[in-house]
Each structure stands twice: as structure tokens, then as C-alpha cells.
Design a protein around this ligand. Structure first.
Ligand code: NAD
Length: 367
């Protein structure tokens, strides 16, 4: 007997992907495999990248003109996967065209740009989401669910730290010199803790210290290690530490993370260092960020974005992209970071950078 109809509308959608690099390639391949996607076009300032991606996804077209993709009448939703300092123009154009947007993190690199994009999306009633993919790793998503059901009681605070190699950080700085470890990486953890604390809790003060010689020797004014702390409006205190300067031969090819949250009634400890899965091979394991690097000893599964294996993608970008496309097609619940949340996270990371530079606490009363 039928009890109730399936309430999801399941419309077919057209997807435009701006930026055909590492992450744009994952997103476009996942879109091409999604059953609701009937049309796919991609762009890149480098035509060879766009063409290669269009061919590998059997897309309907490729171009070097982002506006051609954004304003294509067959495109309903837009994914912006350009480098951090190239998000604004495409996001703005897609919002003005009234199309839902998924943009890579961070939303922007200045609070002015973050404000401008989040306000524009609100004014135009456009759903703007930011790809803070860490939320979509099973261990973090399930921990968030337990926290939101009150299993820890009121949150007291905790710690999170991220390690990666200098090889990977130098690739990120090459892509965008303003994408510092704080603005580009700790941002994931600030987003996650903010999500766990909930919409009624706000950050009120930031402190930080840093030190560095390795990246400065390479011409980038960036600390090798940053230790930061945030106090929230409930009194909860968290530390967010990062060192993306581990030697190049260290066996991770992505983020090695620890995250611990203490509450009055419970505690969550997440070990995301990837030491539970080791590969040793005389033939080497390629680093997703530096393809020329072959590690003989590697933490298998440490590629932050996820892994393709025999045509299937596993990991955070896969689950995040699928949920976003599902939501666009069916109207189902979407857990991706909202523009308001991303704007708050940006304000915290900018304050961390300022506190580290000045050595003074930075209040966040009016964000
Ligand atoms: N969620 C995650 O796990 C994750 C992981 C890595 C990177 N990222 C984010 O993804 C974004 C892109 O990173 P990436 O590693 O794919 O970089 P990438 O350099 O591999 O790719 C960026 C692509 O954009 C192209 N491009 C540059 N400017 C453009 C423009 N104005 N218009 C169109 N194309 C342009 C470049 O030619 C390049 O092909 C960044 O915001 C980064 O922070 C997210």
C-alpha cells in the first residue's frame, strides 16, 4: 500500500563549472556522473585545461569566457573553482544571473569582498554556498550530528591542529600568494567549530602567535607555524594551530588533523592524521598537489579532497558535491556553509592574521 508520495521534485539541471584545475575537475567529473545533470559546460582562462576537462567529462562545451558559461540559458547552477583571489567576479555574475552558486573556500580574502558577496546573494535571494568540504567527511559530519543532539552538553572548548608538508603549501602559495595557512586552511576548522557551536554563538576575541623562516626564505611573507585561540560568546575557548611546513618527505599528501571538543557531559576526539592506512611502494605514490613528487612511504587516503579509484570518487568533495547537486535538483536539505557563516569565518581568520602580526588580541564584537 502506498502511504505517501515521494515529495522530492527531482528536476534535471544544467551545471556550469568555472575553473578547470584540480578541484574544478573533481566537481565537473562528479557532476557528469550525477543522474540529475543533463547539461555541463566548463571554462578556464587556460583553454587547454577547459578543453581537457570537457573531453574527459563528455561535456556539452568549453570556453575561456566565464560569462558565456554563467549566462548560458541551459545552465541553472554554477560552481566557481578558481583560485582564492579569482572568486569574486564569477560569483557576482552568477548571483546577478539568479543562479545558485557553489564557490570554493574561502568566500573571499577581504572582509569587503565577503560582505559584498553575502549581501548581494541576500538581496537577490540567491542560494550561495561555500565548499568547506571538511564538514562532509563522515567522522566530522557524525560528530556534528551528535553535538547538535546535545550529547556533549554545553561546549566548554577544545583544540584543533593541522599539519601538512611545505611542498603542498608552496603549491598553494604559487596559486595565490595571499592564501596563507590561516586564511586558506585553518578556515576549514574555524568553519567546523562554528557549525558545531551553532548559529546563536559568535566569536568575540582572537589571540595568536606565529613564527617562520622556511616560507620567507622562498619569498613568501608567511609564518611556518601559527598558534591561535578564539573565545566565543558562550565563554567557550578553542585553539586552532597550524604548521604546513613539515619536510617534503613526510608521508602525508594532504591535511593531517586532530580535533577535540570538550563539553560538560561528553567529549569528542577525532584522529584524522591518516596513520591508520600506510602504503609503501618502490613505485611511489603521487602527491595530488605536486604531481612530480612520488612518496615511497605514504599515508594512503591523506589526499584532502578525496580519492578516485577505478572511476569512483571517495571522500569529502564527492559527498559535498553530491549533496549540493541533490539539493539543487530535489530541494533536499543542504548542509554546505552559507554565505553568512563563511563571512563570519573569514572575519575570524583575518583577525587571527592580525593578532599574529601585531601580537595583540583582536576583539570581534561587531562582526
Ligand atoms: N574543498 C577542498 O577540499 C579544496 C581543496 C583544495 C583547494 N580548494 C579550493 O579550490 C579553489 C581552487 O583550487 P585548485 O587547487 O583547484 O587550484 P588550481 O590552480 O588547480 O585550479 C584553478 C584553475 O582556475 C583557473 N583560473 C584562474 N583564474 C581564473 C579565472 N579568472 N577564470 C577562470 N579560470 C581561472 C586556473 O587556470 C586553474 O586551472 C581554491 O579556492 C582552493 O582554496 C578546495
Amino acid at each position: 500500500m502506498i502511504i505517501s508520495g515521494n515529495s522530492y521534485k527531482k528536476r534535471q539541471i544544467g551545471v556550469g563549472v568555472i575553473g578547470s584545475g584540480r578541484i574544478g575537475t573533481h566537481r565537473a567529473k562528479l557532476a557528469a556522473l550525477h543522474s540529475a545533470v543533463k547539461y555541463l559546460v566548463v571554462s578556464d582562462i587556460d583553454e587547454t585545461f577547459a578543453e581537457k576537462l570537457a573531453k574527459s567529462t563528455n561535456a556539452n562545451g568549453f570556453t575561456t569566457d566565464n560569462y558565456e558559461v554563467i549566462n548560458d540559458p541551459n545552465v541553472d547552477v554554477v560552481i566557481v573553482s578558481t583560485p582564492e583571489d579569482e572568486h569574486r567576479e564569477s560569483v557576482e555574475a552568477a548571483i546577478n544571473a539568479g543562479k545558485s552558486v557553489l564557490v570554493e573556500k574561502p568566500l573571499a580574502l577581504t572582509i569587503e569582498d565577503g560582505d559584498r558577496l553575502s549581501k548581494l546573494a541576500e538581496e537577490k535571494g540567491v542560494d550561495l554556498r561555500i565548499g568547506y568540504s571538511q564538514r562532509f567527511l563522515q567522522k566530522y559530519f557524525v560528530a556534528h550530528d551528535e553535538i547538535s543532539r546535545g550529547k556533549l552538553g554545553p561546549i566548554l572548548g577544545g583544540m584543533t591542529r593541522v599539519y601538512n608538508t611545505r611542498t603542498n603549501m608552496l603549491e598553494i602559495l604559487k596559486r595565490c600568494p595571499e592564501a596563507t595557512p590561516i586564511l586558506d586552511i585553518i578556515t576549514y576548522n574555524v568553519d567546523y567549530i562554528g557549525w558545531c557551536l551553532g548559529p546563536d554563538v559568535s566569536p568575540i576575541e582572537v589571540q595568536a602567535m606565529g613564527h617562520g623562516t622556511i616560507f620567507r626564505d622562498q619569498g613568501y611573507d608567511v609564518d611556518d607555524i601559527s598558534l591561535t585561540m578564539v573565545k566565543y560568546s558562550t565563554g567557550a575557548v578553542f585553539s586552532f594551530d597550524i604548521c604546513y611546513a613539515l619536510p617534503g618527505g613526510f608521508p602525508t599528501t594532504g591535511q593531517s588533523v586532530r580535533l577535540e571538543i570538550m563539553g560538560r557531559d561528553g567529549v569528542i576526539l577525532i584522529d584524522d592524521d591518516h596513520r591508520d592506512q600506510i602504503l609503501y611502494s618502490e613505485h611511489g605514490y603521487s602527491n595530488a598537489y605536486a604531481e612530480d613528487q612520488k612518496l615511497k612511504l605514504a599515508f594512503l587516503g591523506s589526499r584532502s579532497s578525496g580519492e578516485w579509484a577505478d572511476g569512483i570518487m571517495f571522500g569529502r568533495i564527492a559527498d559535498e558535491t553530491k549533496e549540493w547537486l541533490d539539493a539543487q535538483s530535489t530541494g533536499s536539505k543542504c548542509h554546505l556553509t552559507t554565505a553568512k557563516e563563511a563571512r563570519q569565518t573569514l572575519a575570524v581568520t583575518l583577525a587571527m592574521a592580525e593578532a599574529s602580526e601585531t601580537g595583540q588580541p583582536v576583539p570581534l564584537a561587531n562582526i
